[in-house]
Design a protein around this ligand. Structure first.
Ligand SMILES: Nc1ncnc2c1ncn2[C@@H]1O[C@H](COP(=O)(O)OP(=O)(O)OP(=O)(O)O)[C@@H](O)[C@H]1O
Length: 293
C-alpha cells in the first residue's frame, strides 16, 4: 500500500493488493472489473462534459474519481447510474449491460449512488428516509388484500434492516428526528446508510466529506473502509486531497471529460500531467500535504 493511512494495524492481516501488476495508465484493464465503460460521451450544447474511451473499476476496492471543477465527475456518475442520458456509449456492471436502464433499475442490479438530502427528504424523519430507500417501495405491486401479508413481511424486513443500518451509523437515537435537523456529517452518514438499504455490491459516493465537521471525518472514513473490507466496491468523488490519498486503492483523474491518468495514490502524486491539470497550484509540495478548502 502506498499510504500510511492504509497500513495494517499491528497483528492485522496485510490487505490483499487487488491492483498488483496493474499499470497506471488511462483505460487500463483490471484483473476483476465490476464496472466496465466504453465510449461514454455526453455533451451539453457545444460543451463535451464526458468523453471516456474506456474505464474499468476493480471489484472490492476504493476508487476515487478526481479532477478539477467542471471535469465531468458528477455527469459521469449520473450517466453510469441511470440519472442522465448518454449521447453514446455502453457500460456493464457485474457482466450485465446496464446502459439505458433507469436509476431505479441500475440500483436493483446492485449499483447505487448517494444523493444529497432534498428539501422534501429533510422534512421526513430519519427512519422514513431509510424506509423510502428500501427495495420494493412501489406499493402498487403489493396492492390488494391477497398480497397484504407479503407486503407486511417486506415492511418488517425493511424496518429491521433500516434499524440495523441506523445502529451501524450511530443514527438510531435520531430515528424519529427530522432529517433536516441533522448536522452536515450526520446527513452524510444518513446518505450512506440510505444507499445500503438495497444491499448493493457497489456504492458511489458524491463528495462524502463535503460540509463535514473535522470531528466526523475519521468516522466517515472508517465507514467507507469498512464497506470495502466487507467486500463492497466504493467509487467516490472528492476534492479533499488528504482523504483521497489516505483511503484510495486507486485513483482515476478526469480533466475536460477525459480520463487523463489512473493509478495508485503514489502514481497520481507524481504524475506531471495531473499536477499540471489539477494539482498545479501545489506544484512544489506533495499532493498529500496540500491545504484543503
Ligand atoms: N445539465 C447541464 N446543463 C449544461 N451543462 C452542464 C449540465 N451538467 C453539467 N454541465 C457542464 O458539464 C461540465 C461538467 O460538469 P460536472 O458537474 O460533471 O463536473 P464536475 O467534475 O462534477 O465538477 P465539480 O467538481 O465542480 O462538481 C461543466 O462544464 C458543467 O457546467
Amino acid at each position: 500500500m502506498s499510504s500510511d493511512a492504509n497500513a495494517a494495524a499491528p497483528g492485522a492481516q496485510a490487505p490483499v493488493d487487488r491492483m498488483a501488476g496493474v499499470e497506471p495508465v488511462p483505460g487500463v484493464a483490471k484483473p476483476d472489473a465490476i464496472l466496465k465503460a466504453d465510449g461514454v460521451r455526453r455533451s451539453f450544447g457545444g460543451l463535451t462534459a464526458v468523453d471516456v474511451d474506456h474505464l474499468e473499476v476493480q471489484r472490492g476496492t476504493i476508487t476515487a474519481l478526481i479532477g478539477p471543477n467542471g471535469a465531468g465527475k458528477s455527469t459521469l456518475f449520473n450517466l453510469l447510474t441511470g440519472f442522465d442520458r448518454v449521447d453514446k456509449g455502453t457500460w456493464s456492471f457485474q457482466g450485465r449491460a446496464v446502459n439505458g436502464l433507469s436509476g431505479h433499475k441500475v440500483a436493483r442490479q446492485g449499483m447505487v449512488r448517494t444523493f444529497q438530502l432534498t428539501k422534501a427528504l429533510t422534512r421526513m424523519t430519519v427512519l422514513d428516509n431509510m424506509l423510502l430507500a428500501a427495495p420494493g417501495q412501489s406499493g402498487e405491486r403489493f396492492a390488494g388484500a391477497f398480497a397484504r401479508p407479503v407486503w407486511r413481511r417486506q415492511e418488517s424486513v425493511n424496518r429491521e434492516r433500516a434499524m440495523d443500518l441506523l445502529r451501524r451509523f450511530k443514527l438510531d437515537a435520531k430515528r424519529d428526528d427530522l432529517a433536516g435537523s441533522l448536522s452536515g456529517g450526520q446527513r452524510k452518514l444518513l446518505e450512506m446508510a440510505r444507499s445500503l438499504m438495497v444491499n448493493p455490491s457497489m456504492v458511489m459516493l458524491d463528495e462524502p466529506m463535503a460540509g463535514v465537521n473535522p470531528a466526523l471525518v475519521q468516522s466517515l472514513l472508517g465507514h467507507i473502509t469498512s464497506l470495502r473490507d466487507e467486500g463492497m466496491t466504493v467509487l467516490f468523488v472528492e476534492h479533499d486531497m488528504d482523504v483521497i490519498m489516505g483511503i484510495s486503492d486507486w485513483i482515476v483523474v478526469l480533466a475536460e471529460g477525459r480520463v487523463i491518468a489512473e493509478g495508485r495514490p503514489a502514481d497520481i502524486r507524481s504524475n506531471t500531467q495531473v499536477i499540471d491539470a489539477y494539482l498545479g497550484a501545489h506544484h512544489d509540495e506533495p499532493a498529500g500535504t496540500e491545504e484543503t478548502s
